[in-house]
Design a protein around this ligand. Structure first.
Ligand code: SAM
Length: 333
């Protein structure tokens, strides 16, 4: 369905938990955060009820995220429930990959269509320094297991921080050596991200080009500028480039330096049951209250509709301090 600015809203991101097994520099403080009480987190049945109403209003793709979605027991059950909803085409997962290997077969049987693995370092020491945990080998096993499933779409997500250029170059090379595209997601001024220095798309493109195509990108292999993905892509509004000799694309998602709100196609459900139309805006529909009041499907559908209709024109980072001071895991990341 279209919002009031004519954007087709067909993508729902669902945060299934605020818990995470890593403490990535840009995402979660080393000491953790006050956790949402278990009873305040939506059950799988409640999540599916929201998704069903959203599907009735045109949502076609779902991404599960968190926190770390795989720390929530039996996530495959939710995947199967979502895949069974009429109108839902794809269900994909964003994960750090640490727990992926052991859960992958169940997730595949449940119908999972794709996995984005967040990876910000490509050797054990750098990974531990970035994530606060010695889980590099498990994350790599998760990635290898995913790559070994031919029907599963696999992408790697990285948030480029200043001072980590060597790691970024190594991570980009995964797109040369594997079937996974590597997408660099610009650091957003959210939570821990506000106090760190990111590398923007243009700088990063120049860095990668200098290493992987030192003469400049030859015509015919790529466009001068990374090409834009189709606006309705479930991959989000990324731009992609294929360096010579690479198997897969390198992508740039630049929410800050190249605001892409005019192509935004998504709404978000937080783990504690707020339905939001924009990551940066604090406002949201309290669907948990609706679900638990017994108000029924009509009330739930009306809340989803309001959420879509009230979607703001732009994210406006810098002017919505309430959400920016909270963490990704708390605002529907
Ligand atoms: N735990 C899962 C993971 O690691 O992919 C899913 C949740 S995590 C919040 C989702 C994505 O948000 C990760 O790729 C993470 O790097 C990214 N992220 C967290 N804080 C960010 C920030 N300030 N700016 C940009 N991306 C951020």
């Amino acid at each position: 369905m279209k919002d009031k600015y004519g954007r087709t809203i067909e993508y729902l991101r669902i945060s299934v938990t605020d818990r995470c097994n890593l403490r990535c520099l840009h995402c979660m403080p080393a000491e953790g955060v006050p956790l949402i009480a278990h009873e305040d987190i939506l059950s799988y049945e409640e999540i599916a009820a929201v998704a069903e109403q959203a599907a009735g209003l045109g949502i076609r793709r779902i991404r599960l995220t968190g926190g770390e979605p795989l720390v929530r027991p039996q996530l495959h059950r939710l995947v199967a429930m979502l895949k069974a909803i009429s109108g839902i085409g794809t269900v994909v997962l964003t994960t750090n990959g640490v727990l992926l290997k052991d859960q992958l077969q169940d997730l595949l049987h449940a119908g999972l269509d794709g996995v984005n693995i967040s990876l910000n370092a490509l050797d054990r020491e750098a990974y531990q320094a970035f994530t606060g945990r010695d889980e590099f080998l498990s994350a790599m096993e998760g990635l290898q297991a995913a790559l070994g499933c031919p029907d599963l779409k696999v992408q790697i997500n990285c948030v480029p921080l200043a001072g980590r250029e060597e790691q970024l170059l190594k991570l980009a090379a995964l797109a040369r050596d594997t079937r996974a595209s590597v997408r660099f997601i610009e650091l957003m001024p959210i939570g821990m991200g506000s106090s760190l220095q990111g590398i923007n798309r243009d700088e990063l493109f120049r860095l990668l080009e200098a290493r992987y195509c030192p003469g400049g990108m030859p015509e015919g292999i790529v466009t001068a500028e990374p090409r834009r993905a189709a606006p309705d892509s479930a991959s989000g509004p990324a731009e992609y480039v294929r360096f010579p000799g690479f198997t897969s694309d390198v992508g740039f998602i630049s929410a800050v330096s190249r605001r892409f709100c005019e192509d935004c196609n998504r709404i978000r459900l937080t783990a504690d049951g707020r339905l939001k139309s924009c990551l940066a805006f604090p406002a949201g529909e309290d669907v948990k209250a609706i679900l638990r009041s017994g108000a029924g499907e009509e009330a739930l559908r009306a809340a989803v509709l309001r959420c879509i209709q009230n979607k703001p024109k732009q994210h406006g980072f810098g002017s919505h301090k309430t959400e920016e001071q909270r963490l990704m895991s708390q605002i529907g990341g």
